[in-house]
Design a protein. Structure first.
Length: 632
């Protein structure tokens, strides 16, 4: 495979010495802003780690100490950021810049354009590319909206997600590339050279080439294990992987003002309104869908008391030999900061409580011209999946492998701004993308009790008989999970001896990017590059071989890290990368839906639901443990 240009500007010298000033900390001593605490390895006798207070400037009581760039990578990166700021302060930069620091994250942000909604920014952040043993700076673009600005289409346009006509920006990669190149061209001379110990070290103005590799293309399995590379064509040609045998009753729930739209939705679902894009529910999913099994409930208003009546009425249709699903038409402003209405969450929660699936259709979204035409197939897919059907699975890389997407949703006290409740759960899948269940792992007010429950309940779950056929288990962790939570999970899996374990951290919102030599600048789908021994960057979306045309905004690459756990030194990491990639094709929320692994994406959806459900009177977390994918 051809190289990919990583968004990384390397230094021309990666082995250099620099001076720090250090002293042993006194008991309960507080650091001032110019200091940090950093562990040094003392080699006298047995090597031991000793914490020192560190300053890059001479200070009373601090002793000068020489350090080589390779000795302490984290410290060297902090030093490089300081030198970058010193260089900028000594020159005239054409852009306003600031030193951004939050927890361990530090970078220099340059404002390249200002708007009423916020600022377009290019940032430089120090980085060590372990695979090539190079120091340098990551460079990327982002839009930072003002706190008072609501997330809307204009914000998406300024972020390059939408084009100037507010459509999906198919030129996302090329526009981003040209913005960064313009920034380098206009400002490079003001930050290109770092003065380190009297020596001049240059930052390259060229993005660093890294070799790229290819994973296998995602392959989907359908009825009688027929395979295809297209989800939609596979179902249309072969039928779903697992059908629903029971009778289904579809209950449309809407206010009188939406009656015309409800009729259009019905006609579209049976394949009469837009047969060119969706041939019909019965044709695609082999489930009868007609007037004889479609019911209607009219709403006089959207009050909670009225919605509660709806739940009770729908329950009457639920029987031993019939599945029932509600189809609720809501009217909610798409530009509203709260992405979903309170009525939606109230109805959703109460349907889950009764173990009845619910599909919500937003009139503002699907009522627009052509929206229903292109969205009906996705609505039908979600309905079929919520009813218990299996539309497709992906051909797995690892057989008999259980995948747990670990998520958390902590409640913040609005007055103290501290966490008042700790909540963790697991989305249980297998490596084919088949949804198994959602399990609540911990729900506690005290952090220590929460960690204890998280550990114990994970052990109990993994020892359950229903998972006894699996020989391996992979934990997919979101980027924001805390170190103590990872430690609790690690202790849990060490107590389970019937499976081999791999733990992977998946970061969807990362600082890495890359460009190909193609005129679109987009790498091929399934491309990946190796950043370090255990870190990779994978393109879940990209160009397709034989179809090098971009017709929508393609997503950013995903950062994947294999956590260093005992007995995981000889694993075939490529096989596990393949399964993560495969899970991005197992999203039953829609055909060609958001291309991220469902182990993480479903966890994000559940976190959003649990935050909203907290405000509902009588909320009980236990009802979320469910074998239906109610969150689709």
């Amino acid at each position: 495979m051809a190289n990919i240009k990583l968004n990384f500007l390397p230094l021309d010298n990666n082995s250099f010495d620099y001076t720090v000033y250090r002293k042993l900390p006194e008991e309960e001593e507080k650091l001032d802003k110019s200091e940090m605490r950093y562990p040094f390895v003392e080699t006298d006798g047995n090597p031991t780690k000793v914490n020192y207070n560190i300053s890059f400037k001479p200070k009373d009581g601090f002793v000068e100490h020489e350090v080589n760039s390779a000795d302490f990578l984290g410290l060297t990166k902090k030093f490089l950021l300081l030198k970058l700021l010193e260089t900028l302060d000594s020159t005239f930069c054409p852009y306003t810049y600031n030193h951004y620091k939050r927890f361990t994250e530090e970078q220099v942000e340059f404002i390249i354009e200002e708007f009423p909604e916020g600022n377009r920014v290019v940032f430089l952040t120090p980085y060590y590319l372990e695979e090539q043993k190079k120091f340098g700076f990551l460079i990327d673009f982002k839009f930072i909206k003002n706190e008072s600005t609501q997330f809307n289409k204009q914000v998406q346009r300024l972020s390059l997600s939408l084009d100037d006509h507010y459509r999906s920006n198919k030129n996302y990669y090329s526009e981003k590339y040209h913005l960064i190149q313009s920034f380098i061209r206009l400002s490079y001379g003001t930050w290109s050279t770092l003065n380190i110990g009297g020596a001049k070290i240059n930052i390259s103005d060229k993005l660093n080439d890294v070799p790229s590799f290819l994973l296998n293309k995602k392959e989907y399995l359908f009825n009688v294990n027929k395979s295809a590379y297209s989800q939609f064509q596979g179902i249309r040609n072969y039928g779903p992987y697992k059908r629903i045998d029971d009778q289904v009753i579809f209950v449309f729930i809407f206010e009188e003002r939406f009656k015309s739209f409800a009729n259009q939705l019905y006609l579209s679902l049976i394949g009469k309104l837009n047969p060119g894009t969706f041939s019909g529910f019965e044709s695609m999913f082999k489930i009868k869908f007609g007037l004889e099994n479609v019911k209607q409930i009219s709403l006089s208003n959207n009050s909670h008391s009225e919605l509660s009546k709806v739940v009770n009425e729908v329950k009457q249709y639920n029987g031993e030999n019939a599945n029932v699903i509600g189809i609720y038409i809501e009217d909610h402003d798409l530009d509203n900061k709260v992405a979903t209405s309170a009525n939606y969450y109230y109805l959703k929660y109460n349907f889950i409580k009764e173990d009845i699936p619910l599909q919500v259709v937003n009139y503002r979204s699907l009522g627009e011209k052509n929206s229903l035409k292109w969205s009906t197939s996705n609505v039908a897919l979600a309905i079929f999946s919520k009813l218990g059907g299996i539309p497709w699975i992906v051909k797995p890389s690892n057989a008999n492998c259980l995948i747990l997407g670990i998520g958390s949703s902590h409640k913040i006290d609005p007055e103290t701004k501290k966490i008042s409740k700790f909540f963790a759960y697991s989305v249980c899948l297998d490596s084919s993308g088949l949804y198994k269940s959602l399990e609540v792992l911990a729900d506690e007010a005290e952090h220590e009790h929460y960690l204890d429950k998280l550990q114990k309940n994970l052990v109990t779950m993994l020892n359950d008989e229903k998972y006894s056929t699996y020989t391996s288990c992979v934990l997919h962790l979101p980027f924001k999970i805390k170190r103590k939570e990872i430690d609790a999970l690690s202790k849990a899996i060490q107590q389970v001896t019937t499976m081999e374990f791999i733990v992977i951290k998946i970061n969807l919102d990362n600082k890495f990017f890359g460009y190909s030599a193609h005129n679109t600048f987009v790498p091929y789908e399934s491309s990946f590059v190796k950043l370090s021994q255990r870190q990779y960057l994978v393109w879940f979306e990209g160009l397709l071989f034989g179809k090098e045309i971009v017709d929508k905004r393609l997503g950013n690459p995903v950062h994947i890290e294999f956590l260093n756990l005992p007995n995981t030194n000889n694993i075939d990491e490529r096989k596990y990368l393949q399964d993560v990639l495969n899970l991005s094709g197992a999203n039953w929320r829609g055909f060609n839906a958001k291309s991220v692994p469902i182990s993480i994406y479903y966890s994000q959806l559940i976190a959003n639901y649990t935050k909203a459900f907290e405000d509902i009177e009588g909320y009980d977390e236990k009802i979320l443990s469910n074998e239906r994918p109610w969150f689709l």
